[in-house]
Unconditional design. Structure first.
Length: 291
């Protein structure tokens, strides 16, 4: 007999409720507050639209030093009969060690029986197997510091969309930027513009997440990479991830049909040493009106 989405979501709900009971402390599990109630509402009435895919992260303490390794979890609607998306990350891991850790995790999960719940198994594997990668990172970092100066690179992406209106999309943008420690802004309206800056891997992860599954009329117009021997934080143009909403042109009367004042936007860019980006985004040279 074919497995239904409803049966899969019931299993996902049981698993996440079990995990919440096992990790009761604040900050151990990061889960949207409406995720479980939304799934429960759907299971009571399956005639409605499917709830969003269940997404959460678990902070795993590794070793005696209690180093934090975060396991990010995204469950397709047909999980556990479809493999989950799992990603382990830690500020204590370099890129290569993080890649090796996730390769080992993926190999372990793929060896388990298909159709079985496996997030708890993934948590235990991360707890039991992360320490060697963390120790290798420390050793390689110490030897590298004795021989060369490690340079860091700030990555900055300028993203253009025909429009950005939907509240759920804006929430996704802001939540993702916060989780990945990115600064920049989101300009709501028509057109829509997003700038993110931070570590390259995090910027690329942000770009992958917001495009998924299929955001039409969006493109990355420009990318900047700036190398430094200091912290990349000294190169950031923005202190936080800002919500930009300028005065709209005209009185459209339609909630989802307003054009942003691009003059104000150009002034904002100039204040953040980015006036040259206006032409890259819109194909015309920006000019401020006389006051």
């Amino acid at each position: 007999m074919a497995v239904t989405v409803k049966e899969c979501l019931e299993l996902q709900l049981l698993e996440v409720e079990m995990l919440l009971s096992m990790f009761p402390k604040r900050g151990e599990i990061n889960l949207d507050e409406d995720a479980v109630p939304g799934m429960q509402r759907y299971l009571r009435n399956t005639d409605g639209a499917l709830p969003p895919q269940l997404e959460y992260s678990i902070a795993v303490d590794v070793g005696e030093a209690k180093v934090k390794v975060e396991l990010q979890v995204l469950l397709p609607h047909m999980y556990p009969h479809v493999a989950p998306q799992l990603f382990a990350r830690s500020n204590a891991l370099h890129r290569q060690q993080q890649l090796q850790l996730n390769t080992g995790l993926a190999s372990h999960i793929s060896s388990l029986d298909s159709g079985e719940l496996c997030v708890l198994e993934a948590v235990q594997w991360v707890k039991d197997n992360s320490l060697p990668y963390l120790e290798n990172t420390k050793t390689s970092s110490e030897s590298a510091s004795k021989t060369v100066v490690v340079k860091e690179t700030l990555h900055r992406m300028w993203i253009y969309s025909h429009h950005i209106y939907r509240q759920e999309l804006r929430k996704k943008i802001f939540d993702c930027a916060k989780k990945l420690n990115l600064t920049g802004f989101c300009l709501t309206g028509k057109p829509g513009v997003i700038c993110v800056e931070g570590v390259r891997e995090n910027c690329e992860e942000f770009w992958r997440v917001i495009r998924y599954p299929n955001w039409k009329h969006i493109s990355c117009k420009h990318v900047e990479n700036i190398e430094t021997e200091r912290s990349i934080d000294t190169l950031r143009l923005f202190r936080a991830f800002e919500d930009l909403q300028f005065q709209a042109h005209g009185d459209y009367g339609l909630r989802n049909d307003y054009h942003m004042d691009l003059g104000q936007f150009l002034e904002f860019l100039k204040q953040h040493q980015s006036g040259h980006i206006f032409q890259i985004l819109f194909g015309v040279e920006g000019k401020l009106s006389d006051k």
